[in-house]
Design a protein around this ligand. Structure first.
Ligand SMILES: Cc1ncc(COP(=O)(O)O)c(C=O)c1O
Length: 328
């Protein structure tokens, strides 16, 4: 039995799903969604709040403010409620309704940005809004997950060593890239500890994180319309880009086996499966990171109309054929 008094005190760090039955490749999926914030962003949120407390930037009079596609906002809402801080989350129209409701239920304020900025898309507009709030009132404290080193350091201290401990002979690690906090924490850890594992970044087609033209992206969490300031590509061994349609197909396929994961997990698993299919992977030890679970995406990735409207009927038909073809 474990007894806790603060919601941040629980996080399942040791759960992996072997995806071989679903993908044909032995890739172990590290599940980061089993905590009270429901996602990997609990780690970055805790680390950034603790760093702000230590530096004296955060006081009982402060209001935390952050731009988030949802999961960091939920984690910060939970921490703010637990520690007695006010929190305002700036998000955009792609934030799931249930995620927004969760933040409000935890006592946070939510501002939704609907108009992209001319150069930085919706993310740029969210950041402009945060900057304007901070300029107007110095009680706002912006943690700034995009530049805050506590973001990647959280994974350097927790996620990466947890994987290395369980898989000392790890060959390849697949990590999705949003702010690149998870990616950089893991990549720096493996490089600094002289571990030979290949760190493969998985990005979404249409994201500008590693270059490439911007395009519409509807799955929150992965990909970005502004180059991530904490990204240092010299630590990353390889980058693969996944179409959102493939990420959704992968989510649906995992769900048919009883595993309901979020869209970014579909992206990472799709990329990992493709990579392993192109390499002589039978004897490789491969791990991929699943940032959250699927409940938050019931109205989007797992909703027929949403999928058809955005990606066309074709996607669902292909999925059915794919699944049928695999069944005896
Ligand atoms: C669902 C989901 N997946 C992936 C990520 C990307 O993680 P990171 O910001 O560490 O790159 C996020 C970040 O918000 C997320 O919410």
């Amino acid at each position: 039995m474990r007894v806790i008094t603060a919601p941040m005190d629980f996080n399942e760090e040791e759960l992996y799903v072997d995806l071989r039955p679903m993908t044909g490749h032995r890739v172990l999926l590290k599940c980061e969604g089993f905590n009270f914030a429901g996602s990997i962003k609990l780690k970055a949120a805790s680390a950034m709040v603790e760093a702000a407390e230590r530096s004296g930037a955060l006081t009982p009079e402060s209001t935390l403010v952050e731009s988030s596609s949802g999961n960091l906002g939920v984690a910060l809402s939970m921490i703010a409620a637990s520690k007695g801080y006010r929190f305002l989350c700036v998000t955009d129209a792609r934030c799931n309704l249930s995620t927004r409701r969760m933040m409000e239920a935890l006592g946070s304020q939510v501002h939704i940005i609907t108009e992209p900025s001319a150069t930085g898309g919706l993310l740029g507009a969210r950041i402009d809004h945060v900057r304007a709030l901070c300029a107007a009132d110095d009680r706002y404290v912006w943690l700034d997950q995009y530049t805050n080193p506590a973001n990647w350091k959280a994974h350097y201290r927790t996620t990466a060593p947890a994987i290395a401990r369980r898989f000392p002979r790890l060959d390849v690690l697949f990590v999705g890239a949003g702010t690149t906090g998870t990616l950089m924490g893991c990549a720096r850890y493996f490089r600094d500890s002289h571990h030979p594992a290949r760190v493969v970044a998985v990005d979404t087609v249409g994201s500008v994180a590693f270059g490439g033209p911007p395009a519409r992206r509807m799955i929150p969490g992965l990909g970005t319309s502004v180059r991530p300031p904490i990204l240092d590509e010299s630590y990353v061994d390889e980058v693969i880009r996944v179409e959102e349609a493939d990420a959704i197909r992968t989510c649906h396929r995992l769900a048919r086996s009883g595993f309901l994961f979020g869209g970014s997990t579909g992206t990472v698993v799709s990329g990992a499966t493709d990579w392993l299919g192109r390499h002589d992977a039978e004897h490789l030890t491969a791990v991929a990171i699943a940032p959250d679970l699927g409940e938050r995406y019931l109205d989007t990735i797992y909703q027929t109309n949403w999928v058809q409207d955005l990606y066309g009927e074709h996607l669902l038909r292909t999925e059915e054929l794919t699944v049928d073809a695999r069944r005896p």
